[in-house]
Design a protein around this ligand. Structure first.
Ligand SMILES: [Zn+2]
Length: 257
């Protein structure tokens, strides 16, 4: 049978093709169903800023994490005052990290500002580096004062004695996306070193939307977890760390308590 395509069909086809090309060049405004990953392929971390307009900040000039080096001593900075109590937690594997969503009432005070702890979560390997060195694991305690004022405490791990909180919870972390609710009380201070000396700089959330609203405090003193606990995190989290971002002239300050 003869195949015959009338001219109007070819015109419609070329219109469809050209409109597809046009659409792919337009960044969607709605980020709701955008899938992002840590890989370097499509949707990967070098492309976060281009996935939707709500993620534009990922291409900004004050992004996190950074390599902490050449920190300037700044004794006028404020001590971190933790008003943490015990909390029940919902442990969620959201496909990007393992997150503990905390009960309200855990406070952090820095200078005159009081922040509320929202959640804490993990990255393996660490996101921040100190003098170019990564740690096997980093926990981020995310606190909020206002929509434009977040304080995130980063605590780095090193291999050593086993962590008692992990002894209690690690085997119950959801390996796939999902939530595990635990009603027993967690002692949050087990995830903080005794001495709270810190490095400080201004940066961003390290995941989309990468909002540049974060006062970062990366503690100088590390805490320990055993080799097998660190290996378990590594297997669960599958390299969920963002690469080091440029400082673009930002200073890193150092405070010793
Ligand atoms: Zn984080």
């Amino acid at each position: 049978m003869e195949k015959w395509y009338p001219f109007w069909r070819i015109s419609v086809l070329s219109l469809v093709v050209s409109s597809c090309v046009y659409d792919s060049a337009v960044i969607p405004t709605d980020c709701t169903n955008i899938h992002w990953t840590y890989t370097m392929t499509a949707g990967g971390q070098d492309h976060w800023a281009d996935l939707c307009t709500g993620y534009n900040a990922c291409g900004g000039m004050s992004q996190s994490p950074v390599n902490i080096t050449g920190a300037v001593a700044q004794p006028n900075l404020s001590k971190l005052t933790f008003g943490y109590s015990t909390t029940a937690a919902e442990i969620e594997n959201n496909g990007h990290t393992i997150e503990f969503v905390c009960d309200p009432g855990n406070k952090l005070t820095i200078g005159g500002t009081q922040y509320e702890l929202l959640q804490f979560h993990y990255h393996a390997q660490s996101e921040h580096q100190v003098d170019g060195k990564k740690s096997p694991l980093e926990v981020h305690f995310v606190h909020k004062a206002t929509d434009s004022d977040f304080a995130v405490i980063g605590v780095l791990f090193e291999e050593g004695a086993s962590n008692s909180l992990f002894n209690q919870y690690l085997s119950r972390f959801p390996a796939e996306e999902g939530t595990y609710t635990d009603h027993s009380e967690i002692e949050l201070t087990e995830l903080l070193p005794l001495n709270k000396s810190y490095y400080h700089y201004s940066g961003s959330l390290t995941t989309p939307p990468c909002s540049e609203v974060v006062h970062w405090y990366v503690l100088k003193n590390k805490i320990t977890a055993s080799a097998s606990q660190l290996a378990q995190f590594q297997a669960l989290l599958k390299n969920n760390y963002r690469n080091i971002q440029n400082l673009n002239g930002r200073k890193i300050y150092s405070f010793d308590e």
